[in-house]
Design a protein around this ligand. Sequence first.
Ligand code: NAI
Length: 260
Amino acid sequence: MSRTRLADRTVVITGAAQGQGAAEVEAAAREGATVVATDVLDEAGEKLAAALLAEGLDVRYRHLDVSSPDDWAGLADWLRGRGHGAHGLVNNAGIPMRARLGDVDLADWDRAFAVNTTGPMLGIQALAPLMGEGGSIVNVGSVAGLTAHHAVAYTASKWALRGLSKVASLELAPKGIRTNTVHPGFIETPLMATANPVFQQAHLSMTPLGRTGTCDEVAPLVVYLLSDEASYVNGAEITVDGGYAAHGGVKAITNALDAG
Ligand code: NAI
């Protein structure tokens, strides 16, 4: 049976060439969406779109640096020119920036905000005018945006993204556009593959489910939030983290009790 929860809808996904973005492209396309997959990794993005097109799915790739107002304006013009509105926007692109508070330099701090916070803001400014009743914006935050975390620029930029999401859920709701945030925990992607193994192990030891998550465990939630099944879900923040953020550090205590 074909799945049609996003039939006749155009969905733009950023950071779509790999990792969670690529899984979200495929999941949305399999639900009938016309997906505009965007990234700065053009070769990987083109390859993904070509593979899915070959399966009969409606996926196009476009170069888009989320920190570039010109790129967003170009995408909005292109969508208008094709007679497409936009139904969905998934602000998924993100960069880690792992320096700690004593070491972070201003250029890295600014870049983390440019991609992780300003990018989603520019995307909302560019595409919300193309959306109407039933529009849906999904911002991809992080458990780092719910707690203290060692990567200071990343953490602060993801906390700021939560503020942007809350404002959008207020400002855009009168147009029938919903804005929600997904907070992944440790998801196996190229981004996490580059993380310090000590961090990876420590993160796992604080994850109640005791394992990493996969991109295919995040994408269905994004599809749900894009769809009308979530028609009264607005301003929500949903973790996909195996319970990492829920215990507020108490797992260190249960770990110690279990060990001793
Ligand atoms: P990834 O590194 O595998 O993919 C991120 C994609 O964003 C890449 O394709 C990259 O080229 C693209 N990107 C980077 N800068 C860009 C820019 N300026 N413009 C457009 N695209 C750009 O990362 P992953 O893990 O798939 O991350 C997706 C989202 O999930 C990010 O927002 C990340 O912060 C968040 N996240 C990931 C976690 C994980 O464990 N993997 C944990 C918590 C949050």
